[in-house]
Design a protein around this ligand. Sequence first.
Ligand SMILES: C[S@@+](CC[C@H](N)C(=O)[O-])C[C@H]1O[C@@H](n2cnc3c(N)ncnc32)[C@H](O)[C@@H]1O
Ligand code: SF4
Length: 448
Amino acid sequence: MSEQIQIPEPATTRKVWKETDVGSVFVSNYPPYSFWRDENTAEIEEMLHTSDSGDREIPLGLYMHIPFCRKRCKFCYFRVYTDRNSAEIQTYLDALAKEVETYSTLPRVAGRKLHFVYFGGGTPSYISVKHLKALVDRVKAVMPWDDAEEVAFECEPGTLSQSKVEAVREIGVTRLSLGLENLNDDILRENGRAHVSKEIYRAMPWVKAQEFAQVNVDLISGMVGESWETWRDTVQGTIDLDADSVTIYQMELPFNTTYSKAIRDGGGLPVADWATKRAWHNYAIEEFAKAGYETSSAYTLVKKGRLNKFVYRDALWRSADLIGTGVASFSHVGGMHFQNQTHWDPYIETIDKGQLPINRSFVPTKEERLIREMILQLKLGRIETAYFQDKFGVNILHQFGEAYQRLRDYEMLDFDSQSVTLSREGLLRVDQLLPEFYHEKYRNSRYT
Ligand SMILES: C[S@@+](CC[C@H](N)C(=O)[O-])C[C@H]1O[C@@H](n2cnc3c(N)ncnc32)[C@H](O)[C@@H]1O
Ligand code: SF4
């Protein structure tokens, strides 16, 4: 079906991957992106131009992609630019604002309130206060978010100043997320991060002073150069920072990272194997638990007594509507998935012409929608069978009985008639388990 399906990725195969090979592991959507097509975009446009009163019940979110970074990290797979000047950034932000303005007039969206907002990247905190305020003024004029339950904003520590943190608070951000990744400067430098640890320690008091409803920090288990000793120090140092929420990713190497290219060019494998990354991740969960953190998903730990919710994640995993704006962004509206133009010029040019920059899409069947929600919610560590019975009229333990039984035999999860609960071993490798539930035609294919 696809010219790309020759190279299976761990995110679509049941094969047990031992070494950290090149290919996506992280499952963020279903069916795999490699099956999305550009033929359906007229159907998407038609849907967006048709109002549907049923939509008023569905939570609506707005994602804005800010694709700028100080440096490209050697492990990063996001669409980012490190060479744009202030005028180019202004051009991009104008296009982004225009895209939101266009959406706000579409019958499918007009008049609906925003339930959540997400500034993602790239690095939203890279842009200047002046640029940020001008963008927010234009966007809020057509899609206000004063009543939104969550406004999330991603930051790279070295891009923050006291006045920028204050501006981020002023625009209504409730969840500020900081990409720490590690606290060891040699490891940060080796992996191509633009920041070093002193920038984290400089930014943290500014962040705390603004009393955001929630502060999250990201760590990666398995950065190049990591050892047990350095990881223990990073975990302890992060506990001492006392963030409300800590997100731990295991290092993966999708095809388009600097490290992946070096590996494909014969550079050897610089990243710890999956068993080691899981052991480090598990150690972190144990240590954070001793310091009062509870598991909120396969990746996220939240300190007891602090705000324990992540509206963006939970809404997406329950098929909320999401307008994804900016280059390469993903949307889900009216039961249809679509992605924007993935490169700068076509993105800007399409918006300049007054058109929506939709590049490819996928219209899932009811069974695909069910599988999508089930596998994404499994990442929370526990799902209730009644939710799927009520929403899809399906008993998931019957429909996917063989897969659940097999995973129980491997002690990855347990279930009874009410719920499915992942074991710690299951949680630590949840992304590698999810292809068990894929339809045969989506297995052993490219994921992205
Ligand atoms: C958009 S970035 C966060 C904001 C900012 N750009 C930064 O890096 O500080 C999202 C997060 O994805 C994670 N990430 C990026 N590439 C990864 C990879 N190859 N494997 C695992 N996690 C990765 C990092 O933890 C990073 O903080
Ligand atoms: S991890 Fe963050 S800072 Fe690094 S290149 Fe990716 S988006 Fe930019």
